[in-house]
Write a protein of this length. Structure first.
Length: 220
């Protein structure tokens, strides 16, 4: 199964470190970040889980829930959490799925449908495709998909930046330019005519080209 942007994120029920959850119900009217890991006690993921725990308040303030996943049973996650806290200074403070039956990994196209067997006998290399980030909106649609190689740690500050853009552009008829940060100027969406733009932005806009209409960020 291959997922694409704007498709409905597959719903699932899974056991986590904070009890059993049904994904869509657990989300409620929030945004969500689902980020996955090939195996417990892997070095790069250890740093990622710790950093995510450190900046979780930044996700909370944006009405974004965080959900981790590892292709190992839940009972292994608690021991890994101790290592994460010891080495990174922060233990996971969000639920972690134990995807021992590979159900979620298959639903999200991270492992082949034929995958089976004992997850504890699989290596990180066997699960190397399970290093993804999915951002899901309150409408349960997939807004962002990132896939990382085993050797490269994920940039969760970038995930926050994209969420800022997604939330802004969902509310206002604008787009964000390259390297945009919250508070920077934005671009009037191409779907907005000049006549409509004059009503929204009576003070006008900068236009180095007719199709590139730049305005201050709304509600900055």
């Amino acid at each position: 199964m291959t997922l694409a942007l704007n498709e409905t994120a597959p719903d699932f029920e899974a056991q986590t470190t904070e009890g059993r959850v049904r994904f869509h119900d657990w989300m409620g009217d929030s945004w969500a970040v689902l980020f996955s890991h090939p195996k417990d006690f892997t070095p790069v993921c250890t740093t990622e889980l710790g950093y995510m725990a450190k900046i979780k308040p930044d996700f909370d303030s944006r009405n974004v829930k965080v959900l981790g996943l590892s292709v190992d049973p839940v009972d292994k996650h608690s021991d890994w959490s101790k290592d994460i806290e010891e080495t990174q200074g922060h233990a996971p403070n969000y639920p972690m799925i134990g995807d021992a039956d590979f159900n979620v990994s298959k639903l999200y196209g991270m492992l082949p449908a034929s995958t089976s067997g004992d997850p504890t006998k699989r290596t990180a290399a066997d699960n190397q495709t399970v290093r993804n980030v999915f951002v899901v909106g309150p409408d349960k649609k997939i807004k962002l998909i990132l896939v990382y190689p085993m050797t490269t740690g994920r940039n969760f500050d970038e995930v926050l930046r994209v969420i800022d853009s997604l939330q802004l552009t969902a509310k206002y008829k604008v787009s964000t330019p390259a390297n945009w940060q919250r508070g920077d100027d934005v671009i009037i969406a191409g779907s907005v005519t000049d006549d409509d733009a004059k009503k929204i932005y009576p003070n006008g806009w900068k236009a180095p080209k007719p199709y590139l209409r730049i305005v201050p960020q709304p509600n900055a």
